[in-house]
Every structure is written in structure tokens, then in C-alpha cells.
Design a protein around this ligand. Structure first.
Ligand code: DC
Length: 232
């Protein structure tokens, strides 16, 4: 399989569809760089929570804009995870950005235009040399509308909630399936209805519904598709 010249692969879709797991696996398989853009929105949200710009779930947009101006987000490859860890002002935050508290505030923070402007510019710079698999909500529509291969992932909300629940419980977090399901449904609503770059399928994106597919089946499906795209 030829991977030369390298392309951009955009993986967009709903919350908790397994986008990152899938994007990470295909990047490893192709020798591409994997970029989890959701982690960047989560990192800004965590920073806002820790600096008093979100109190009792209320987001102070002006305060978030001031913070996002000075925040330094960096990635460093972690061979143990086979992916890059995210750092904010030099602090490793990877383990703190996936709590339910961050999940409950991240859609609100990611709807702020100044936050999107800063993170989208960073993402475009990271993908400048191509050879990246980037997962998010607006990669195929706003960050790289010229990506050669665009995927749009979806799965039944109940299946997604169950997966996220199993993942958080495995990490020892005390959560209920009910609250996870509410978060998944609410984030879908917020992400698809926000004004700036709402989540939507790009016209030229290919849909992958993985409700009833294993990771191996998704990989086989993808490799077949990738082969067709690079040969075209
Ligand atoms: O992929 P995730 O669930 O970790 O993303 C967290 C949130 O970040 C998601 O609810 C919406 C937002 N997001 C976004 O608006 N644009 C992206 N490219 C990635 C994530």
C-alpha cells in the first residue's frame, strides 16, 4: 500500500463513537501523526475551571477569552500510549481532561468563537505537512476542508453511552450510566446546534456507523477505503 504522498484524514462525528481509538489505530497503521482535537478543547475547559472562569457550570466567556489568549498547549509523544500527551503551560493534563465535570462544560467552551479561532489555527499548523489523522467535530468542514479522506462516525446513543461508561468505570470514576447517557445526548445537541462550525457531515465525508462493528472490522473497512483513495 502506497502512503506517498501523505494525505490528511479527517475523522469527525458524534461524542463517544470511538473516534479517537479508531483514529489512533489508523494513524499507527499508516505511520501518520494522530491529533485528538477534542483533547485541546478539553484542555482549555480544564484550564478555565481551574482558573475560576467557570463556576457552578456557568461559563464566563470574557474570562475564557482572556485565558485562551495566554494558554500554551503542546503535545509530546508518549510511546507507552502510542499517542501524544497534552500539556498546558508545561503541565501534563492528559489524565485530568476526561472527567465528567470537563465533559459537562466542554461544549459550552468550544462554542466560543475566540477559542475556536485559536485552536483551529494551531490544528492547521500541525497538519501543514500532511500525514495526519485528525479527529474532532469540524475537521472536514472547517479545519481541513481540502482533506483527501473524510470520515463521519456515528453509533447508537445507547451504545456510545455504554462504551463511555465502561471506560470511565475502568479508570475508577464513580459515574452512572444514566448521567453518561444524558451527557452524550446533550453534547450531540450542543455540538450540532452551535453557531460557529457546528458538527455536521461534510458533503464529501463517508459515514461509518460502528454500533455493531468491532475495532478489527472497522480497520478492515478503513484499509479497503484508504487503498481506493490513494490509488485514485
Ligand atoms: O472528542 P471529545 O468528546 O473529546 O470532544 C470534546 C468536546 O470538544 C466536544 O463535545 C465538542 C468539542 N470539539 C469541537 O467543538 N471541535 C473539535 N474539533 C473537537 C472537539
Amino acid at each position: 500500500m502506497s502512503t506517498d504522498p501523505k494525505i490528511i484524514i479527517a475523522v469527525d462525528g458524534y461524542s463517544s463513537c470511538g473516534k479517537s481509538t479508531f483514529a489512533k489505530a489508523i494513524a499507527a497503521r499508516l505511520g501518520y501523526i494522530f491529533i485528538d482535537t477534542g483533547a485541546m478543547y478539553r484542555a482549555v475547559t480544564l484550564y478555565a475551571l481551574e482558573h475560576g472562569a467557570i463556576r457552578s457550570g456557568m461559563i464566563d466567556e470574557e474570562a475564557v477569552c482572556r485565558l485562551v489568549d495566554r494558554i500554551a498547549i503542546t503535545f509530546r509523544y508518549n510511546p507507552e500510549r502510542g499517542a501524544s500527551d497534552i500539556y498546558v503551560d508545561g503541565d501534563l493534563v492528559e489524565g485530568r481532561i476526561r472527567t465528567l465535570e470537563v465533559s459537562n462544560c466542554v461544549s459550552g467552551v468550544s462554542a466560543i468563537p475566540a477559542v475556536r479561532a485559536k485552536l483551529v489555527a494551531m490544528q492547521q499548523e500541525m497538519g501543514r505537512r500532511r500525514g495526519v489523522v485528525m479527529d474532532g467535530r469540524d475537521i472536514g468542514t472547517a479545519v481541513f476542508p481540502d482533506a483527501e479522506l473524510k470520515l463521519f462516525m456515528t453509533a447508537d446513543p445507547a451504545v456510545r453511552a455504554r462504551r463511555r461508561y465502561d471506560e470511565l468505570r475502568a479508570k475508577g470514576q464513580e459515574v452512572s450510566l444514566d448521567e453518561i447517557e444524558r451527557n452524550v445526548v446533550e453534547r450531540d445537541r450542543a455540538d450540532t446546534s452551535r453557531e460557529v462550525s457546528p458538527l455536521r457531515k461534510a458533503d464529501d465525508a463517508i459515514v461509518l456507523d460502528n454500533s455493531r462493528m468491532t475495532v478489527d472490522e472497522q480497520m478492515a473497512w478503513f484499509l479497503d477505503l484508504f487503498d481506493k483513495v490513494v490509488r485514485a
